[in-house]
Write a protein of this length. Sequence first.
Length: 465
Amino acid sequence: MTAQLDAPHDLVGIGIGPCNLALAALADGTPGGLATAFYDQARDFHWHPGLLLDGATLQVPFLADLVTLADPTSPWTFLNYLKHKERLFPFYFAERFHIHRAEYDAYCRWVAGRLPGLHFGHQVDAVRWNHERDLFEIDYTQLDADGEAEALGRTHTRHLVLGIGTAPNIPEPLRPLADAPTVPVIHSADYLDNRERILGAEHVTVIGSGQSGAEIFLDLLRARPAGRERLHWLARTPAFAPMEYSKLGLEHFTPDYTRFFHALPEPVRDRLVPAQWQLHKGIDATTIAAIHDELYRRTLHGGWPDTVLTPGVTVRTAGRIATTKIELHLEHTQQGTRSRLTTHAVVLATGYRERPLDGLLAGLGPYIRKDSTGRPRIDEHHRMVLDPAITGSVFVQNGERHTHGVGAPDLGLAAWRAATILNTLTGKNPYPQPARTAFTTFGLDQREHARPHIQGDLLPLVEQP
């Protein structure tokens, strides 16, 4: 192993998704400069490539890019990307507030290809605290084009930020079938790579009532002949419900609400998150309308489309029938009834789960303070609560829903969270935050929670000139 004994970094990021990319972009413009490095095992940046369906758009406005809501003057804004691509005037006349997903992916790849200090094809293997140097010690493996180990390395940093993202969630009853070579059982994250195979199946079942499930059902519906659709769409939720997108409802994705949520007792937070599913697991109203329009169009000449849309259903168990079919054992939670469904392909639009941190941070395990259910405690500045023996900070991005609420994975809060981390890190408040971000007052006494969390009164974690 080649040990790098040169000056340590101020901040090292593990994972290069939108959250850490936003942090890297804002850190690039921090006054005084920060020594940063970001590592990801992927060969390059791609954002949900399996769901870049034609015409699919973001569910947040283009202002929720990597930096604008923290620093609209940054060179890494979406509008500056359009200017560099000589597409600013076409975008102006298109009058689009919600851009295509493929365009957001292209924008992020443009930023990732130009920012310094991003290291793709690097797999972080271990993180330790070096007590002698008062630094985090990070071991990594550099991967070749085939994903095989090419070289080993080590770097040191004063502070660490985790942005390792989420992983596809495959329900327990279907996990044994997900790798079956003959019958496609795929997660929506891999839909585009398997689309032709799914379209060729005699009968297809989509499981999941969120946006990705709705978009995939609509895509399959449009591609199959009228009267011979042979599609099922099942969901655990009690309805195929629209996402809460009222203007006051959207204020749950503001810094004000995030601070309010963080201050709540742990049991209250744990009850709130699943109850707020329509804030982040519902379906865009335009997509719902498009599905209904397509179904209605297929009734114009009499008859009904060969589709079944049933909410309130859970998959109890599942198994293969011969080599070409799958049998799903279903239960309707409200009726208390059970049934069986035979299908030739399954698309699991069952969402994502936070990646576990225990393996990556095994070397720090004894120093991490945890809550009553064993999850890391994370303070309002997105830092893990650590033993005082660790003088560095470990920040968390999109892994703190249990402490910061449903806005944790939302793109609209990425720039604010990155700015909060940098303000905390430097103690210089390079990205001043607004005193108030919502018309809603979420608690009876918001005098403390409504204050801007300016870090100027904090001791800086990184000394700057």
